[in-house]
Design a protein around this ligand. Structure first.
Ligand SMILES: Cc1cc2nc3c(=O)[nH]c(=O)nc-3n(C[C@H](O)[C@H](O)[C@H](O)COP(=O)(O)O)c2cc1C
Length: 481
């Protein structure tokens, strides 16, 4: 069970006192998103509705994902519980369990996997033929951004062969009142669909939904394996079937609860410079060439609300999204790489620039096996630096991580550099776009079977009985002045 739509989410936030309404006039030029940022920086991260946006009739909502409490409400549970439940889905029946019972349980869990497809829009929607993006309060976030960008879009495309849908979040630069840049990075599913249409020489239908229920927005960010589409993922989490409605001028269905839908197309023979844009990395991402999205029609709910977010230097709400993804997907990653005990995709390292993984080391060279597995698993492939530690290290404790990284390695032996690899598109430090290198650091204790012939020292810890005695004594001292 999740929110019906974005406005249902806003009503709930009002009830939960996680809400501010700003009636003062606020500009979409730098001001609005900076208010969101300052609210996040102050540690409260309340949801904000801007009701008086300078030059626009449509209100803007922000800080939808800015606290873990909100994220848990959107997911209906803690992300780790959802990940464990998904992991549990493919659990074989226990000896004590009946096969039918287990089968029924699985069917119940899978019930949301098939979306309900509708042919007609609800009466609360209107279809606008005279496209005019200038109606929408699209924000400019950073002073040197190339212009206004849609930052929370759910971009829907479909595979030209199978018709299978994809929903991804890719920022969109407003070029004029009818066209936008489509910043899907080369490794993402939208770009893969684009390549397939290009190969066939066909125009590609694309719809961009703005302000669906927040779980749909989160699903578009989630790094799903190709066979699982975002709407089935939504159904798995909410245990309900998502409602999708047929597009007016596009050949696919999209969520029936969107505030605004931009329906249009991309012609693979066209491209245009996109950016710069102040990005998750804390830098402006550089100008590059991306496809152009042309809008054919706009579908709009009566009295819509426009959603936005800000990304940039730490701390913004993408951290909550990223950490929730880490916790939700860890049990599933462990299915493929079972020796992983825990992992920390580090927000200071923009999630993909450094990941710390603890393992239960069982055989010589085990750390390297895990590094290569990480680079071969979904969007973990973007990890520029993979640091492997033993399972006595808490990967979320930076002090322990740095202690292990510095005291358990001999750099010439334990650091590997792999040249000529894919990189994240946002990595501006690699010499070429999308192409650079990886670093793996094996900070596990070294074994004789790995050619290490000195004794490995024990780590320091106090005897249990001494610890207990000192704890008792200290209780006495703490009551003294
Ligand atoms: C606020 C926000 C903005 C994002 N912008 C982009 C973007 O412009 N381009 C991109 O390729 N990925 C972007 N991402 C990451 C993708 O949404 C993410 O990798 C997602 O899994 C892609 O979906 P896909 O695997 O279906 O392509 C963004 C994520 C967030 C949270």
């Amino acid at each position: 069970m999740t929110y019906d739509d974005l406005q249902d989410f806003i009503s709930d936030r009002k009830k939960k006192n996680d809400f501010i309404q700003i009636d003062d006039e606020v500009s979409t030029e730098l001001e609005l998103t900076w208010i969101l940022s300052e609210e996040e920086r102050a540690g409260k991260g309340r949801t904000i509705l801007f009701d008086n946006v300078k030059g626009y009739d449509i209100p803007v909502v922000g800080n939808i994902f800015s606290t873990q409490e909100k994220m848990n409400s959107i997911l209906g549970d803690k992300p780790e519980n959802i990940g464990n439940a998904m992991r549990n889905l493919i659990r074989p029946p226990k000896e004590s369990e009946s096969l039918i019972g287990r089968g029924m349980e699985m069917l119940k869990e899978l019930g949301g996997l098939r979306p309900k497809l509708h042919d007609r829009l609800p009466s609360s929607y209107s279809v606008i033929d005279s496209v005019d993006l200038d109606r929408y309060p699209i924000c400019t976030t950073w002073p040197d951004d190339a212009g206004p960008f849609i930052t929370l879009p759910v971009v829907i495309t479909s595979d030209p062969e199978t018709g299978r849908k994809n929903a991804g979040m890719y920022r969109m630069q407003k070029y004029d009142s009818e066209t936008m840049g489509m910043h899907w990075q080369i490794h993402k599913d939208g770009a893969k669909h684009f390549d397939e249409y290009k190969e066939k020489g066909k125009i590609m239908d694309v719809s961009v939904t703005l302000g669906t229920d927040p779980l749909t927005i989160f699903s578009a960010v989630a790094p799903l394996p190709d066979p699982l589409d975002e709407f089935s993922f939504w159904g798995l989490i909410s245990k309900e079937r998502p409602n999708l409605v047929k597009g007016q001028s596009v050949d696919h269905h999209y969520p029936m609860n969107s505030e605004i839908v931009l329906e249009g197309y991309i012609d693979s023979s066209e491209s245009r410079i996109e950016g710069p844009f102040g990005d998750h990395t804390g830098y402006y991402s550089l100008q590059e060439v991306f496809p152009i999205f042309h809008i054919r029609k706009i579908v709009e709910k009566k009295n819509p609300v426009y959603p936005t977010t800000i990304v940039g230097k730490l701390w913004h709400e993408d951290v909550i999204m990223g950490k929730s993804i880490e916790r939700l997907f860890l049990p599933l990653v462990k299915l493929q790489i079972p020796e992983i005990v825990d992992m920390n995709t580090m927000e200071e390292a923009v999630f993909h620039d450094m990941i710390v993984v603890s393992i239960k080391k069982r055989f010589p060279g085990h750390a390297k096996k895990v590094m290569f597995a990480v680079w071969g698993t979904g969007q973990l492939m973007f990890s520029k630096i993979v640091l492997i530690v033993d399972d006595d290290i808490n990967v979320h404790d930076r002090k322990q991580v740095i202690w292990a990284m510095s005291t358990r390695i001999d750099p010439a032996r334990d650091v590997i550099i792999i040249p000529g690899t894919h990189t994240d598109t946002l990595d501006h430090a690699s010499s070429l776009l999308n192409y650079g290198s990886k670093m793996g650091i094996d900070a596990t204790r070294k074994w004789k079977s790995e050619g290490f012939n000195r004794p490995w020292p024990e780590t320091l810890s106090m005897k249990q009985d001494i610890q207990e005695r000192v704890d008792q004594l200290r209780k006495k001292f703490t009551n003294q002045n």
